[in-house]
Design a protein around this ligand. Structure first.
Ligand code: AMP
Ligand code: MG
Length: 487
């Protein structure tokens, strides 16, 4: 395994013209310490776990020292925030250190979030607090383990440097990895400045690196947009199927690669509630759970509009027109697998009726699906499942239809159960679990719970009986947890 010294930096983004970023160095923090790291993410850089013990690496991940070959920049972007266009945003607290090419010839950009002020910080301090860094780190790696496209998180490094939010907190940096951090907003910024060439060059850059198969086409831009619509549809289908609510689906938080990006006030559903709004600041519910598919469609229209200078209006609208069907199909496929049935209109009806029952009975989404894995198609539904419902008669009627559908398919219980357990996680990052880990870390400097959660959520589909309590419904006090954009 290579050492830090042999990391091969490529830095393709920093080789683009300066229109796309500002060169800026991270601002050092005093006495950085490692809170948690992801061995899996470290392996993406071909680094051995022993490298994590080296002070040079901790200093680099604290933004105190650049490694040879790094070329630090903050990216420029704009974005539609809660429906309103903001002409200039940009990495206000994130700094891209460089891009590493690993042995498998994959490029991984290394970005520090919370690395100090940049030319795009506006009024902000360029910092991130330990609390939000723990949430982003844990959720990025948990999403990956769930099979959901996401930016990765390599490590959290903390410092006692004070950071002022509602209260005084302390600083932390999350090291994020992604093939690219380019967002819809990276294109939008030039459209609203009436600068066409930078849009074209950025599209060429993204196509060459991430959609090289399109280079052979006479006109690759419409197909590029179609691919973005496709990967976005896949991503949102994943979110809806697992019960993930992003919280701030502004166009500056939409990845051009269809990755989950910028973890702020996200939340996983506990009880199934289609109108769930995880962001305490989102008083209008713009980004409610059940709005996400439509919001993504709206965001795609903003991207399409931005790319119109590269193609005709018809080609642009045609390219994103498939999104609703693509999303619908991807969502039905995921839900059908979660219910152990083939995708089709009958399954769709059964699934929708189940979701309605879950909502009416305030049933925990994840627990319901996990218990559904044990459904016996020849007998009555297991009591552990039935007990989740207040309206037993309504549940029994649904269960009878479900059993009939399974029998009609000739579904074999043991086989179906095994397959369903691979798509219905037992463990998700519930808010209260993150909260407990954050309190221990922030109040007692005890990072064991962060590490425990990270390890637990790396295997979300495994039983892990010693952690049964982590699969339970949230305790009453969890109702009071409020997450907002403040981070
Ligand atoms: P977010 O809601 O985290 O996606 O951030 C929206 C915009 O605000 C981005 O341009 C961020 O870089 C910027 N931002 C958020 N927090 C800070 C901060 N503490 N300092 C500087 N910029 C920030
Ligand atoms: Mg953001």
């Amino acid at each position: 395994m290579p050492k830090l010294e042999s990391l091969a930096f490529d830095n393709s983004f920093a080789r683009l013209p300066e229109a796309y970023y500002s060169r800026v160095c991270p601002t050092p923090v005093p006495d950085p310490y490692l809170v948690c790291y992801s061995p899996e993410a470290l392996a993406l850089l071909d680094l051995d776990a022993s490298e994590m013990k080296r002070p040079e690496l901790i200093e680099a991940l604290a933004g105190n020292q650049l490694l040879p070959g790094m070329d630090a920049v903050a990216a420029l972007y704009a974005g539609h925030q809660f429906g309103h266009f903001v002409p200039q945003l940009g990495d206000g607290r994130a700094i891209l250190l460089g891009e590493v090419k690993n042995a498998a010839d994959q490029g991984w950009e290394i970005q520090l979030k919370g690395a100090g002020r940049t030319p795009y910080s506006r009024g902000g301090d360029g910092r991130a607090v330990l609390r939000s860094s723990i949430r982003e780190f844990l959720c990025s790696e948990a999403m990956h383990a769930l099979g959901i496209p996401t930016t990765r998180a390599l490590a959290i490094v903390g410092s006692d440097r004070p950071v002022y939010r509602e209260d005084q907190e302390t600083a932390a940096l999350v090291t994020r990895l992604a093939p690219s951090f380019v967002r819809f907003g990276s294109f939008e910024v030039f459209y609203y400045r009436n600068q066409i060439e930078p849009i074209r060059q950025l599209a060429d850059y993204v196509i060459a690196r991430h959609y090289p198969e399109l280079l052979a086409l006479a006109d690759s831009y419409p197909e590029f947009l179609r691919q973005v619509a496709r990967s976005t549809a896949e991503l949102i289908a994943h979110w809806q199927a697992v019960g993930f609510s992003h919280g701030v689906m502004n166009t500056d938080n939409m990845s051009i690669l269809g990755l989950t990006l910028d973890y702020g006030p996200f939340g996983f559903l506990d009880a199934f509630d289609p109108g769930y709004v995880c962001n305490h600041s989102d008083t209008g519910g713009r980004y409610a759970f059940d709005q996400q598919p439509d919001v993504a469609a709206w965001n795609l229209t903003k991207l399409a509009q931005t790319l119109v200078p590269l193609m005709s209006v018809e080609a642009a609208s045609q390219a994103i027109s498939e999104y609703p069907q693509l999303f619908g199909r991807a969502y039905l496929e995921r839900m059908a697998a979660k219910f152990g049935l083939p995708p089709g209109s009958e399954t769709a009806t059964l699934v929708m009726d189940a979701l309605q029952l879950l909502a009416q009975n305030h049933v925990d989404y994840t627990i319901f699906l996990r218990r559904l894995c044990n459904f016996d198609s020849g007998e009555n539904a297991p009591n552990t499942l039935r007990d989740l419902f207040l309206d037993r008669a309504a549940f029994d009627a649904w269960a009878a239809r479900y059993a009939a559908a399974l029998r009609q398919q000739g579904s074999v219980d043991t086989e179906r159960a095994a397959a369903m357990r691979r798509v219905n996680p037992k463990y998700i990052l519930r808010n209260h679990l993150a909260e407990i880990a954050i309190r221990r870390a922030a109040d007692d400097r005890d990072y064991s719970e962060v590490n425990r959660l990270h390890a637990l959520l790396a295997r979300p589909f495994d039983e892990q009986p010693e952690y049964e309590a982590y699969a339970a419904e949230p305790p009453d006090w969890a109702r009071k947890i409020e997450v907002s954009c403040s981070s």
